[in-house]
Design a protein around this ligand. Structure first.
Ligand SMILES: CC(C)(COP(=O)(O)OP(=O)(O)OC[C@H]1O[C@@H](n2cnc3c(N)ncnc32)[C@H](O)[C@@H]1OP(=O)(O)O)[C@@H](O)C(=O)NCCC(=O)NCCS
Length: 256
């Protein structure tokens, strides 16, 4: 899909999102408080599509999916849905709900099923969208997390802070996990151990491992494999580092 870019929303986008939502007949009154979880489609910096998520623990409310009329039926709505689904997975969401008055058919094709409003979990019923904005005639739909392969586009992999000086994302299946870290110079992960086996590859810079009474410098393109429960500390010196780690079983502390 050349010519379109997908990004997370920031406060500068608020006005144009409101315009698009109201032109599409969707509520936007409480949008600002959920803006952090909104994904946009833009063409030449102009907003042409939006989708949002409300994160309620393991439940999610998919909301505010709209594509500007001149750009409809080109697949953008489906791509936005794919982005928000990947993001919902990263947030650890197990069940995704939505309300719609206009697009039941669109969401049915994506695997959503109709559900009685009265059978919806209380945190979803308590959302503003559920209580106020959508008329009681709106159809409520749900989709559980399935075991299908999940694609994570780059812009969905938003870094989260970890130890001071380090930011990361984590993706887990049931038995394996991949993490990605960006570590500033002179940062340190104190001595620790974990049941999970860890295999780390340095993509850029260098990482130092204090392990088994040795210090090992792992440079760009190199790998270190750490068996279960071996104590180790990790740090950077003058250079920053970017690295990926494979874990099995998944590290509990990085699971959402
Ligand atoms: C619903 C919406 C987001 C779809 O976006 P889009 O970019 O046009 O969708 P796509 O091009 O990815 O369409 C994919 C398919 O869905 C179908 N579709 C699109 N809108 C539909 C609707 N409202 N109901 C049923 N099917 C619909 C298309 O015909 C197409 O079908 P096909 O693959 O069999 O040809 C867009 O029509 C819109 O903004 N509508 C107004 C706001 C709205 O109703 N949002 C949903 C409520 S949260």
């Amino acid at each position: 899909m050349n010519g379109f870019e997908f990004t997370f929303a920031d406060p500068d986008d608020e006005k144009s999102i409101k315009r698009l939502l109201s032109a599409s007949g969707l509520p936007h009154e409480d949008m600002a408080q959920h803006l952090r979880h909104f994904i946009l489609a833009k063409s030449d910096h102009d907003l042409i599509g939006v989708v949002g998520l409300e994160v309620l623990g393991e439940l999610g409310l998919l909301r505010s999916l709209a594509v500007a009329p001149p750009h409809r039926n080109k697949g953008i709505g489906t791509i936005l849905y794919g982005r928000i689904l990947a993001y919902a997975h990263l947030q650890g969401i197990k069940e995704l709900y939505l309300l719609t008055t206009t697009a039941e058919g669109f969401f049915s094709k994506l695997g959503f099923c109709k559900v009685d409003r009265n059978n919806v979990p209380p945190p979803i019923q308590a959302t503003k969208e559920f209580q106020t904005f959508c008329p009681s005639t709106a159809v409520c739909m749900v989709k559980g997390r399935d075991e299908e392969p999940q694609y994570y586009p780059k812009e969905i992999l938003r870094l989260q802070p970890d130890v001071p000086g380090a930011a990361m994302w984590a993706i887990a299946l049931k038995k394996a996990m991949l993490t990605y870290f960006e570590v500033e110079p002179n940062s340190r992960f104190e001595m620790h151990r974990h049941e999970s086996e860890q295999i780390t590859m340095v993509l850029e810079g260098e990482l130092f491992f204090e392990i088994a009474e040795r210090m090992i410098c792992v440079k760009q393109g190199e790998v270190i494999a750490i068996p279960s429960n071996v104590p180790h500390a990790v740090f950077t010196q003058k250079k920053s580092a970017k690295a990926v780690d494979a874990w099995s079983p998944p590290m509990e502390k990085y699971k959402k």
